[in-house]
Ligand binder design. Structure first.
Ligand SMILES: Cc1cc2nc3c(=O)[nH]c(=O)nc-3n(C[C@H](O)[C@H](O)[C@H](O)COP(=O)(O)OP(=O)(O)OC[C@H]3O[C@@H](n4cnc5c(N)ncnc54)[C@H](O)[C@@H]3O)c2cc1C
Length: 417
């Protein structure tokens, strides 16, 4: 079933009776070439590119809950390519290019909206860092502009530029950045993978990884054992627990990050805006709700819900940045489990066990990485060589100390990245 304007029109005129489920609901087979653990954005994108680019169709994605029920459906949907460090910058640049063609590629409306991201800065040090970052982004071939206060006043008149504690000096604008509808991205990749023959198995928790003489043989699941020549871990916040099934201890901590949505308001905020002093990021959804978030809760947890101190901090920051929203009511909030690495950058690598592959360490920023992560992980699984856009995401950098990508320069403190 292909989607098109004509199809929508026809279904609208005939009572919407012709729509079919977007993917099959198969029983797990006893044997696959490749098993992917985790039906989030990264696992589904990996399955899609494995089937589409490498013709590998005897693939299963095993998801312990429902597809898109993890962080891929819980994030604040920001997509951008404005990283500074080599290693990260080319990867996110590759990702943004994939985002730009994703809806056509998947034949799925992911509501990709290149509304631009504006990173505000408040002091000389931040300004210098932002200018360096902007230059790096332009050099990598993406767009970046530095804006002064007068340009900001015109672009975003609701900003409290003269906030007493954190006056706003300017901003870094990337026009090609923006948002995409998070769960539609999961559904689009799921439908695409299914159309290429991948089995998407929901309510199937992996409980063990079978290894014989250093070679992976398959997995144990709540729906029975499944043999596989290759097993790929893409379990995001649960990565440490899944890798522990293979006897591995990952350099990953799991932390809670919260997101918030206000009641629907008339259009006010056109861009994604970030406020450096409170680490606030905000955009407005098509339904009018302000979608925003800030820091982690600052301690490790597997609870997918947040705590009040960070709610209070986030509300203080949003009012400092945009006083006009002080009267808006908060509609809902939730939490997701982040897989935090010591340098804040991800891991896409083989492991010391033959046939076992690892994708994790996405911190706050794995949604924007979804297409490139899937593409690069599929390349690694299919060819056993890293994709050229992801050569820096090695697991052993935390053992050797060589090749760390500490984008935020906050050191080996998971909770600060
Ligand atoms: C509140 C919040 C806001 C965020 N905002 C942004 C943002 O604006 N921009 C951005 O780029 N990133 C953002 N992120 C980060 C981004 O959402 C994550 O980095 C990314 O979604 C992680 O990859 P994933 O989609 O594959 O994870 P998930 O969707 O969590 O997928 C992992 C899946 O693995 C499954 N799983 C775990 N264990 C097992 C098992 N044993 N067996 C089978 N399945 C298992 C889980 O159920 C889950 O579905 C945000 C995250 C949160 C929580």
């Amino acid at each position: 079933m292909r989607f098109s304007g004509l199809r929508v029109l026809r279904e609208g005129l005939t009572g919407n009776k012709g729509w079919k489920p977007h993917w099959r609901d198969p029983e797990p087979k006893s044997d696959y070439d490749i098993v992917i653990i985790g039906g989030g954005g990264h696992g589904l994108a990996t399955a899609y590119y494995l089937a589409k680019r490498y013709g590998m169709k005897n693939v299963a994605v095993l998801e312990k809950g429902y597809l898109g029920g993890g962080n891929v459906g819980r994030n604040t949907t920001i997509v951008r390519a404005n990283y500074y460090l080599p290693g990260n910058s080319e990867f996110y640049s590759h990702s943004l290019k994939l985002w730009e063609g994703l809806e056509q590629d998947l034949n799925y409306n992911a509501m990709m909206s290149q509304r631009g991201i504006l990173n505000l800065f408040h002091n000389d040090g931040q300004r210098d860092a932002v200018i360096r970052r902007g230059n790096a982004v332009v050099n990598q071939g993406d767009d970046a502009e530095i804006l002064g206060r007068e340009q900001l006043r015109e672009l975003a008149p609701f900003l409290n530029l003269d906030n007493n504690r954190f006056p706003i000096m300017g901003g870094l604008l990337q026009r090609r950045a923006g948002t995409a509808r998070h769960d539609a991205v999961a559904w689009g990749y799921a439908r695409g993978a299914d159309r290429h023959g991948v089995d998407l198995i929901q309510n199937c928790e992996v409980t063990g990884i079978d290894i014989e003489a250093g070679v992976v043989k398959g997995v144990q699941t709540t729906r029975g054992p499944i043999r596989a020549k290759k097993v790929a871990m893409a379990a995001a916040g649960r990565s440490s627990q899944v890798a522990a099934m293979a006897g591995m201890r990952l350099p990953i901590e799991s932390h809670v990050l919260q997101a918030f949505v206000s009641e629907g308001l008339k259009p006010i905020i056109d861009h994604v805006i970030t406020f450096a002093e409170g680490h606030l990021y905000i955009s407005q959804s098509d339904k009018g709700g302000l979608v925003f978030g800030s820091y982690l809760d600052f301690y490790s947890s597997y609870a997918a819900r947040g705590n009040l101190p960070m709610v209070e901090h986030t509300m203080e920051t949003i009012v400092a940045m945009v006083p006009a929203v002080a009267k808006a009511r908060l509609l809902r909030s939730w939490g997701g489990i982040m897989d935090m690495s010591p340098d804040g950058s991800p891991i896409i690598d083989r492991t010391h066990i033959e046939g076992l592959y690892l994708n994790c360490g996405w911190n706050y920023g794995g949604f924007k990485a979804t297409p490139a992560s899937g593409d690069c992980f599929a390349h690694l699984i299919a060819t056993d060589r890293p994709h050229e856009a992801a050569t820096g995401f090695r697991l052993d950098r935390f053992e050797t100390g060589y090749g760390l990508m500490d984008e935020e320069a906050t050191g080996a403190q998971h909770n600060l990245h």
